[in-house]
Design a protein around this ligand. Structure first.
Ligand code: NAP
Length: 485
């Protein structure tokens, strides 16, 4: 069940967010430390009546500044406010691990209110965390930890709770920050009874109730759910979850696709074994780094030295390159009609490798232009292509059947940038931009004005994503599902 954290300055604003998100959640946390005029009797009365207005169990929380909250008065004052407000029909009260309010805690227990004992660490994972959680559980509390995840090694530790803390039936583990996002999404895999969400990022890495519920269907994860994902750095901007999750749902496949921010490929493979991950996409900068960990590769991966898809096959990791076929997919008819014989490729990075090889394997004469000449030269030597420095782009105007833009220039938020303003179009060439955000880049828009046939980066993204989907699930992407962007 998902818990909506309400952290507005007024109860009315909290109620508005609550009802907006009611379809997605089963629990709410009222963060009274964020309310204005908390000391006034009128506000306290509103807090007391809150649980009887809403139709889900409510957690009462008054978080100190030092734990990421807004409360700055004394501990005595905090206790007296929580005491008064807990007169409402709250199901849970959150009390920090170091607040030893024994009498109040006893009183709450006698009234059947469960106590969540919480530990927060915004820097990392504190020592003896699981020991502390075990102690809290032994005393009858629900242990809750919200800790900053600083890398995949920390993720491995938190996911080990699945086994090490399996005897604690009711617990909450939150991984803060972008590295911690998989813990928030896969909370049921660790055996947590809830995870927190909000329309505002109340804590670092928090997701919205709608995305957790509708996109990830996090509350439906169970022991049989197959885990897939994407690794990269950065990775949180990825729209691949919006391709795969709706696709899995469309074929009724019990599977989830999660973004993993990764700082070490080696540790990620360890995590993948631990979580029994069935397959994952690979993006910048790991498309080459994953290859030494693979037991088998397709011909494209071996040739291009770039792998964007990894699947578990007969107990072994297998590498596939769907960028190669995803790139070709929108322009296959042009090859079939012999319309592409010469190509100009802008950029010589990871994506360009797949593109140049795909063009060369289709008998195309390729020229690579790049900002750093050395990178262009090295790819050109490997693929028997021509190369030049990007500054000379104007010399190649109108000379190619297809121009493919593979740099990240022009990508949001820098959508006004054009990687090759000096390159002119004749109107006869096909112009293809790999950047998919925005859809119509400045570069493509110039080509469009010259009446060139244009191909959008999103078409390649969807084509390569659908091929990944087939590799992951064994099924075609459902034709009635539109990737959910
Ligand atoms: P990459 O390996 O980091 O390569 C980046 C390339 O862009 C290099 O050639 C680099 O030149 C060049 N570059 C970067 N900044 C530049 C600038 N300011 N001016 C001129 N050139 C610049 O990245 P990648 O993996 O190839 O990805 C590149 C783009 O393709 C990204 O936007 C990515 O999202 C997109 N992509 C799209 C799809 C799709 O399905 N549509 C698939 C894969 C990638 P230097 O060599 O001089 O550094």
């Amino acid at each position: 069940m998902l818990c909506l954290t309400l952290s507005h300055k007024t109860i009315d604003a909290d109620l508005k967010e609550f009802w907006n998100n009611r379809p997605y959640i089963g629990l709410a946390e009222l963060r009274i430390d964020c309310l204005d005029n908390l000391e006034s009797d009128e506000i306290k009365d509103k807090i007391i009546s809150f649980p009887s207005i809403v139709d889900v169990p409510v957690i009462l929380t008054c978080r100190r500044k030092s734990d990421g909250g807004q409360f700055t008065m004394s501990e005595k004052k905090r206790l007296s406010i929580i005491k008064k407000c807990s007169e409402g029909a709250f199901s849970y009260v959150d009390i920090e691990e170091d607040s030893h309010w024994n009498e109040f805690e006893k009183e709450l227990s006698n009234r059947g209110i469960e106590i969540i004992k919480s530990i927060h660490d915004f820097n990392g994972i504190p020592d003896n965390l699981f020991l502390k959680m075990n102690r809290m559980a032994t005393k009858g509390f629900i242990p809750k930890v919200a800790v900053k995840v600083n890398g995949v090694k920390d993720l491995i530790f938190l996911f080990s709770a699945q086994e090490k803390l399996k005897d604690i039936k009711k617990k909450i583990i939150i991984g803060m920050g972008d590295y911690g996002v998989p813990v928030r999404i896969l909370y049921k895999k660790i055996g947590c009874f809830t995870t927190f969400c909000s329309d505002n990022e109340v804590a670092p890495g928090m997701l919205s109730p709608r995305s957790l519920s509708e996109l990830y269907r996090a509350d439906r994860v169970n022991a049989q759910t197959h885990i897939f994902g994407i690794i990269g750095n950065p990775v949180m901007h990825t729209i691949s979850p919006n391709i795969h999750n709706p696709g899995f749902h469309g074929i009724r496949f019990n599977a989830i696709y999660v973004p993993f921010l990764v700082d070490s490929v080696r540790y990620f493979f360890r995590l993948a074994e631990m979580l029994q991950i069935h397959g994952f996409s690979v993006t910048i900068p790991f498309k080459r780094d994953v290859i030494p960990y693979l037991g088998r590769n397709t011909r494209e991966v071996t040739q291009i030295c770039s792998c964007n898809t990894v699947i578990r096959e007969r107990g072994m990791w297998k590498g596939i390159n769907t960028d190669y076929y995803g790139f070709l997919s929108p322009i296959i008819p042009e090859f079939d009609n012999d319309k592409i014989k010469t190509a100009l490729v802008i950029g010589a990075g990871g994506a360009a490798r797949s593109i140049v090889w795909a063009l060369r394997n289709h008998n195309c004469n390729v020229t690579i232009l790049n900002r750093t000449l050395e990178h262009a030269k090295s790819l050109a030597n490997e693929t028997m292509s021509n190369y030049d420095i990007l500054d000379n782009a104007y010399k190649y105007s109108g000379l190619s059947d297809i121009v493919v833009q593979t740099t990240s220039v022009g990508m949001e938020p820098n959508y006004l940038e054009d990687p090759v303003p000096s390159l002119n179009f004749s109107g006869k060439e096909i112009v293809y931009d790999l950047v998919y955000k925005p859809n119509l880049t400045k570069f493509l828009s110039r080509a469009n004005e010259k009446k060139c046939k244009i191909v959008y980066g999103i078409d390649m993204l969807i084509a390569q994503g659908k091929l990944q989907f087939e590799a992951f699930s064994g099924y075609h992407y459902p034709p009635n599902v539109n990737p959910n962007f």
